[in-house]
Ligand binder design. Structure first.
Ligand code: ZN
Length: 341
């Protein structure tokens, strides 16, 4: 399987975020990509440089206001007399009867869902490179590859049409799905990150042409807390085109693979002609977040179960944090996928 990668992710190097009231070093670091890249080398995947697709694919998913904000955020921020080293909002308006703000601090609050998406000098460039990586993988599949992998960093699945959150700025999986839609009438996204893919769900919630399925740790006790429940089934035209499968904390390989079986049934009945696998590896038993207990062998089974759906597949990297086994879990997932094709 070809794997798309660019060094440009390095310009996004966030230093801290706020968690449980404490300032902590962020876990979404450039070294993640180094470890994932080692996993690709170990799996002998052919590396492909991304193309430059410009703003078009981003603009099919994200709002003009939001893209303008992200692009110009750092420059506006550094015109404040007492700006800090990274942009983190000091308020998050709830948007009830609100007006779009003109001040950078207002816009920062408007466009960020939480304190885990600090914006620095190189965030826009890194996030743009990440969407290009995703679109290039989608284009490879549209051009006839059976599957392609996109090493996206920063990740994307917590970002909404006009809002960043949870280390994510632009929704790479959604952007890949929209790109596939240029050729495919119906596309499914299966998100196996340990966190619910709330941004992806939000983007397609009222759409009947893109099915969103997410398997994740139970949001009753896990981020993102207010989305990811089984009763969220979509709205309007999209009613029935969203499926959430929350798993109890501590679920291991068997429970996760069973959930993929449930997802596969829904995906089959939706009858898409292409699939995006939003591949978080943070369901690992060794992930620092440690909510679920998937083993390296379990990721092989997950890859195989997804491959057996028989759809042209774009695999987009989402979460998965620093552990000694991060690269091996990627190698194992992709090997499992290839073995079942
Ligand atoms: Zn995650």
């Amino acid at each position: 399987m070809k794997a798309v990668y660019s060094d440009k992710h390095r310009s996004h190097d966030p230093q801290f975020f706020l968690v449980r009231g404490q300032v902590r070093r962020t876990t979404e670091q450039p070294e993640r990509a180094d470890r994932l890249l080692k996993g690709l080398h170990d799996g002998r995947h052919t590396l492909v440089e991304p193309g430059d697709f410009g703003q078009g694919p981003r603009a099919r998913v994200h709002s003009p206001d939001y893209l303008r904000f992200l692009e110009g955020a750092w420059e506006e921020w550094t015109q404040l007399p007492d700006y800090g080293p990274e942009m983190i909002a000091n308020f998050h308006p709830n948007r009830v009867a609100g007006s779009y703000p003109s001040h950078i601090i207002g816009k920062l609050g408007w466009h960020t869902a939480d304190t885990a998406c600090p914006i620095g000098v190189g965030t826009w460039a890194g996030a743009c490179a990440s969407t290009d990586v995703a679109v290039t993988a989608a284009q490879l599949v549209m051009d006839g590859e059976d599957a392609a992998y996109a090493l996206c960093r920063p990740p994307g699945h917590h970002s909404y049409r006009d809002m960043a959150g949870g280390f994510c700025f632009m929704n790479n999986s959604a952007i890949a799905a929209e790109h596939l839609r240029l050729k495919h009438e119906r596309v499914a996204i299966l998100d196996v990150d340990v966190h619910h893919g709330n941004g992806t769900q939000g983007i397609f919630y009222a759409r009947s042409d893109v099915l969103t399925v997410s398997i994740h740790a139970d949001p009753q006790s896990y981020y993102p807390f207010v989305w990811g429940y089984a009763h969220e089934r979509g709205e309007g035209n999209g009613l029935g085109a969203n499926l959430n499968i929350p798993l109890p904390i501590g679920t291991g390989d068997d429970g996760f693979v069973d959930a993929i079986g449930v997802a596969a049934k829904t995906i089959r009945s939706f009858a898409p002609t292409a699939l995006v696998l939003a591949l978080g590896l943070d369901a690992s038993e060794h992930d620092p977040l440690a909510a679920l207990k998937v083993t390296t062998a379990g990721f092989h089974r997950i890859g195989a179960a997804v491959a057996r759906m028989g759809l042209p597949t774009v695999i987009v990297q989402e979460g998965g944090y620093l552990s000694d086994i991060l690269g091996a879990n990627l190698t194992s997932t992709l090997k499992g996928f290839e073995a079942a094709r």
